[in-house]
Write a new protein. Structure first.
Length: 156
């Protein structure tokens, strides 16, 4: 297995979309230039992006690793690569049960009223759509939380 993390290319676009849709993540703003990917040889097995919103906010999102490659540290490597280039504020919307995972990168819970409009909108849409989907499938609701990593100069 020759796993590598690299910047996405235009040739990766369809595989990125396939991975994200396969996990029923937010399907909007899946633009390959914003992504880093994990590859095993020629196979794309993971992806993550910094989604750049119109209001200037930045969101770590679309984090997905193929099921057969999980528990090998790929998600952490993808996040490390993305955040190495991000000194400014970055937010994440994730399930409450996964929130502690992001603490190692300085993410802390915040309220929706403290989040930029675009993040707040994604949060509420995810909550409503995810909640409806869970209700229809008679599954537990994945309660979401917004995490905030302040700019490095403000965090120090």
């Amino acid at each position: 297995m020759s796993l590598a993390i690299r910047a996405a290319t235009a040739d990766d676009q369809n595989a990125i979309v396939g991975l994200v849709h396969g996990e029923r993540l937010n399907p909007h703003g899946l633009d390959w230039p914003n992504f880093v990917v994990a590859v095993d040889g020629q196979a794309l097995v993971g992806a993550a992006q910094i989604r750049k919103h119109k209001d200037g906010s930045r969101e770590l999102s679309s984090l997905v690793v193929d099921r057969s490659y999980r528990r090998q540290g790929l998600a952490s490597r993808l996040i490390d690569r993305l955040l190495a280039a991000e000194a400014g504020r970055v937010l994440v919307i994730t399930g409450k049960m996964r929130a502690a995972y992001f603490a190692r990168w300085g993410f802390r819970p915040t309220t929706s009223c403290r989040a930029p409009t675009s993040i707040r909108t994604n949060y509420y849409l995810g909550y409503m759509i995810g909640g409806l989907h869970a209700l229809l499938r008679r599954r537990p609701v994945n309660h979401l939380v917004i995490l905030d990593r302040m700019p490095m100069s403000a965090a120090e």
